[in-house]
Ligand binder design. Structure first.
Ligand code: ADP
Ligand code: 5GP
Length: 202
C-alpha cells in the first residue's frame, strides 16, 4: 500500500524503490516461456536483465551461446558445481541446468531487475535465496493436448522426449499454487499483456 510519504516522493525516487527486483518465470516445457521471455527482453520499457543459465544440454538449432544459455560439457558443469559457482542447479531430462552466481549478484548490486526462466525447483531456491525481492510467475498451457501439439510443432525433441516432457508437465503444474501469479498462455498477445502488467505493477 502506498503511504503518504511514498506519494510525496518524486516519481524517480519511487521508481528507484522498484529496482533490484527478481522475476522468475516457470512453466512445463513447451508452454511458451521462452517465447514470452524473448518478448520481455526486447521490450525497451522494461530493461530486464536475463539471468542466463548454464547447461550441459546441447544447443538447439536456433540457440546461441551466451544468449539462450552458456553451453558446456557435463564434466565442466560438475567442476563448477563442486566449486560452488551456482546459486542453484537441477538435473532435467538427463542434463544439468544451473544459475551462475556472479551474474545475479552483480545485477542485484547494480540495482537492476532480473528475469529468470527456470524450473519449479529452481524457482523455490531463488525465492529462498532472495525472499521479499522475488516474484514468481507460472505459465500454464491452455490444456495438456495443446501442450503436446506445441511440443510436436516445435520439432526440437524426439517423440520419447516429448512423452517424458508431458509426464513431467503434469507433476510441475501441481506447483502453480506456490507461485505469486499464474497466466494461461492461450493467446500469446493476451498472455504477454498480463505478464507485462504484473512486472510493471511490482
Ligand atoms: P518453452 O520455452 O516453455 O519450452 P517455447 O517458447 O519454446 O516453450 O514454445 C513452445 C512452442 O509453442 C514454440 O514453437 C512456440 O512458438 C509455440 N507457442 C508459444 N506460445 C504460443 C501460443 N500462445 N499459441 C500457440 N503456440 C505458441
Ligand atoms: P530446456 O531444455 O527446455 O531449455 O529446459 C528444461 C528445463 O530446465 C526448463 O524447465 C527450464 O526452465 C529449466 N532450466 C533452465 N535453466 C535452468 C536453471 O538455471 N536452473 C534450473 N533449476 N532450471 C533451469
Amino acid at each position: 500500500m502506498m503511504t503518504e510519504v511514498d506519494r510525496n516522493q518524486k516519481p524517480e525516487t519511487r521508481n528507484q524503490k522498484k529496482r533490484g527486483r527478481i522475476f522468475v518465470l516457470s512453466a512445463p516445457s513447451g508452454c511458451g516461456k521462452t517465447t514470452l521471455l524473448k518478448r520481455l527482453l526486447r521490450d525497451k520499457e522494461l530493461k530486464l536483465v536475463h539471468s542466463i543459465s548454464m547447461t550441459s544440454r546441447p544447443p538447439r538449432e536456433d540457440e546461441k551461446e551466451g544468449i539462450d544459455y552458456f553451453f558446456l560439457s557435463k564434466e565442466a558443469f560438475m567442476e563448477k558445481m563442486a566449486k560452488g559457482e551456482f546459486l542453484e542447479w537441477e538435473e532435467n531430462f538427463g542434463n544439468f541446468y544451473g544459475t551462475p552466481r556472479g551474474l545475479v549478484e552483480n545485477a542485484i548490486k547494480a540495482g537492476e531487475n532480473i528475469i529468470f526462466s527456470i524450473d519449479v525447483k529452481g524457482a523455490m531456491s531463488i525465492r529462498k535465496a532472495y525472499p521479499g525481492r522475488s516474484t514468481l510467475i507460472f505459465i500454464l498451457p491452455p490444456s495438456l493436448e495443446a501442450l503436446e501439439e506445441r511440443l510436436k510443432k516445435r520439432k526440437t525433441d524426439e517423440s520419447y522426449i516429448i512423452s517424458n516432457r508431458l509426464k513431467i508437465a503434469k507433476d510441475e503444474i501441481v506447483y502453480k499454487d506456490k507461485y505469486d501469479y499464474s497466466i494461461v498462455n492461450d493467446n500469446l498477445a493476451g498472455a504477454y499483456k498480463k505478464l507485462k502488467k504484473i512486472i510493471t505493477s511490482i
